[in-house]
Design a protein around this ligand. Sequence first.
Ligand SMILES: Nc1ncnc2c1ncn2[C@@H]1O[C@H](COP(=O)(O)OP(=O)(O)OP(=O)(O)O)[C@@H](O)[C@H]1O
Ligand SMILES: [Mg+2]
Length: 251
Amino acid sequence: MAKTIAVTGKGGVGKTVVSALLVRLLVESGKGAVLAVDADPNLNLNTALGVEVEETVGDVREEGADRAAEIPGGMAKAEFLRLRVQQALVEADGFDLLAMGRPEGPGCYCFANSILRACVDQLSKQYAYVVMDCEAGLEHLSRRTAGDVDLLIILSDLSRRGMDTAVRVVELTKELETKVRNVRFAFTRVRDGVPEPLLAAAREAGLPEPLLIPEDPEIASLDAQGKPLVGVAAGGPVLEGVKQLLEAGLE
Ligand SMILES: Nc1ncnc2c1ncn2[C@@H]1O[C@H](COP(=O)(O)OP(=O)(O)OP(=O)(O)O)[C@@H](O)[C@H]1O
Ligand SMILES: [Mg+2]
């Protein structure tokens, strides 16, 4: 059974950077196959990992209705969708990547959707680790049909809005049907310490003791050059911070 790690937090706090570096560390650890899931409809995990995505699970769903007539004779629709999800999977160097794409509309419980969800859950079981770059709303987690989250990583930058989202996420975990085994929390893009009111808000919300991930000019530089952020130098401060998140959280 795969160990699932989900990365959440407000927009721009560094979820994608952290997710990409988690993938790198897990691949480097050599402890088993890694599936990276881009659960953010804006698709940016692939760029951070330096991988091209041609198709998303959302695309497979959209085409479902249009292409029903093309399903080869004798093939059940469920089987067809399973095959198409397999095709959307990108095989990269040391890991695979699946992009979820646009989510279904609220309250959409159509046939294709429930099958697609089951396909993704089924696929996840073939890996030792699944890393999910999520939206803040935990939409994707709340839709999972099976499988718990072994490690939920909540990130906040040094803004009040970042903290508000972190608090909402930790509250949401209590309502989810999906079981969350372990929660880790980090402040990201830290320059010189964290303002006391943010530390107090984190404590009050019952967030775990924060780790600090510094603002790193190397990330900014790679980003500006359009290079994959996963390529930061070994021993760099952000990579070390992500290593701590993993070590503390995935025992
Ligand atoms: N530790 C860091 N040091 C320097 N720059 C960083 C750091 N973390 C993230 N960034 C930069 O901040 C921006 C946002 O980071 P990232 O895309 O990882 O955030 P995100 O939470 O995934 O955002 P979104 O919600 O828009 O997907 C990027 O331009 C990234 O290069
Ligand atoms: Mg992102």
